[in-house]
Design a protein around this ligand. Structure first.
Ligand code: URA
Length: 295
C-alpha cells in the first residue's frame, strides 16, 4: 500500500491522520525500508497469485464501457435475476411506484414477498445523507445492523468508516450514502440466496436512481454480481471502474467494486488491494469534485 501523499491528491491534516491511523491499525507501524514489504502476502499461494499476469478484462466491458444492470453474454455473465416470477414482478411494480427515497423506504418495508422479513428484527434501509456524491452498497445487515436498524454499524462498519475517513469521506459529513442489497438480515448471517437477491434488486436499482450518486462503490461479491450481472468472484471484479446504466437516469454511473470490509477483517493480506481501490475512488472523486471531503 502506498502512503505517498503525491498519490493521494491534496489531503488535509485530518485526512492524512486518518490514513496514517488506518495503516497503523493494519499493522504498518514501522518504516523499515524504502519500498514496502508485503509480509501478509508471504504465503506461497498468495505470492503465486500476485505474480500471475492480470486477468484480461471481460470482452464487453472496457474501462468506461456502459453496462446494463443485466449483462447478457452467456459465456461471461449470467443474468443477475432468475426469470421474472410473480413476487419479482410485484417487487418491480412496488419499486417503480416510488418517486422519492422516503416513498421507496415505505414500499420496500411493506413488501411481503421476501421471507427474510419474517425473521429479521429491523428493516435496514440506509444511512448517511441522500444525495451524497458517493453511494456504497453492501450485502445485507449483520447482527448489530439488525438490532439497530442501520447499515454497517458492526465491526465491518467500523472498519469501513476508518477506510472512508482515510480518503476524506464520511457518512456523518454527507459525503457517503450507504445501503445494502438486502434490507433484512439472513438468519444466522448465512449468504443470501439468488431468489432473495432477485426480490430485493428492483428496490436497490430504484434506490440508486433516486439517490443519484456521482460514484457508486460495491462492497463485496453480492452487490458486485447483482448489479454488474457478472459471475466472477470479487477478487476479479474489483479495482476497475465500469459505467453502470441506471434507468431512468440518463447518464451511467461510474461504479467500482471492491473488497468487503468483513473480508478484510478475515484476510489481512488483502488490505493492499483495498487500499489501492480507495486511492482509485479518491482520484475519480477528485476528477469530478475535488472539494468533496476536503476541509
Ligand atoms: N455487512 C454488510 O454488507 N452490510 C452491513 O450493513 C453490515 C455488514
Amino acid at each position: 500500500m502506498s502512503s505517498d501523499p503525491r498519490e493521494q491528491g491534496g489531503q488535509g491534516r485530518a485526512e492524512l491522520l486518518a490514513a496514517l491511523s488506518l495503516q497503523l491499525a493494519w499493522g504498518a507501524d514501522e518504516a523499515l525500508a524504502e519500498s514496502p514489504q508485503d509480509r501478509f502476502g508471504a504465503s506461497a499461494e498468495l505470492a503465486a497469485k500476485l505474480a500471475a499476469p492480470p486477468a484480461p478484462p471481460p470482452p464487453a466491458a472496457g474501462r468506461d464501457a456502459p453496462l446494463m444492470f443485466v449483462a447478457l453474454s452467456p459465456r461471461t455473465a449470467r443474468p443477475a435475476t432468475p426469470p421474472v416470477t410473480a413476487p419479482v414482478a410485484q417487487a418491480e411494480r412496488a419499486a417503480a411506484s416510488a418517486d422519492t427515497l422516503e416513498a421507496l423506504r415505505e414500499v420496500f418495508a411493506a413488501f411481503d414477498g421476501c421471507a427474510l422479513r419474517e425473521t429479521a428484527t429491523n428493516f435496514v434501509f440506509a444511512d448517511g445523507v441522500p444525495g451524497a456524491p458517493v453511494m456504497l452498497v453492501g450485502e445485507g445487515p449483520g447482527a448489530e445492523e439488525d438490532r439497530e436498524g442501520l447499515p454497517f454499524v458492526g465491526p465491518s462498519g467500523r472498519l469501513l468508516d476508518r477506510m472512508l475517513a482515510s480518503i476524506g469521506l464520511s457518512r456523518r459529513e454527507g459525503t457517503v450514502y450507504i445501503t445494502n442489497v438486502l434490507p433484512w438480515r439472513p438468519p444466522g448471517n448465512r449468504s443470501p440466496t439468488d431468489s432473495e437477491i432477485a426480490l430485493c434488486l428492483p428496490f436497490l436499482k430504484r434506490h440508486i436512481a433516486l439517490a443519484k450518486p456521482k460514484l457508486l462503490v460495491l462492497a463485496g461479491g453480492v452487490p458486485a454480481r447483482a448489479l454488474l450481472g457478472a459471475r466472477e468472484g470479487i477478487t476479479r471484479l474489483r479495482g476497475r471502474w465500469r459505467m453502470l446504466e441506471c434507468p431512468p437516469l440518463v447518464e451511467p454511473i461510474p461504479t467500482l467494486a471492491t473488497l468487503h470490509p468483513a473480508y478484510l477483517l478475515r484476510n489481512p493480506g488483502a488490505k493492499r488491494e483495498a487500499w489501492s481501490d480507495l486511492i482509485l475512488l479518491r482520484r475519480r472523486l477528485d476528477e469530478l469534485s475535488p472539494q468533496v471531503g476536503r476541509h
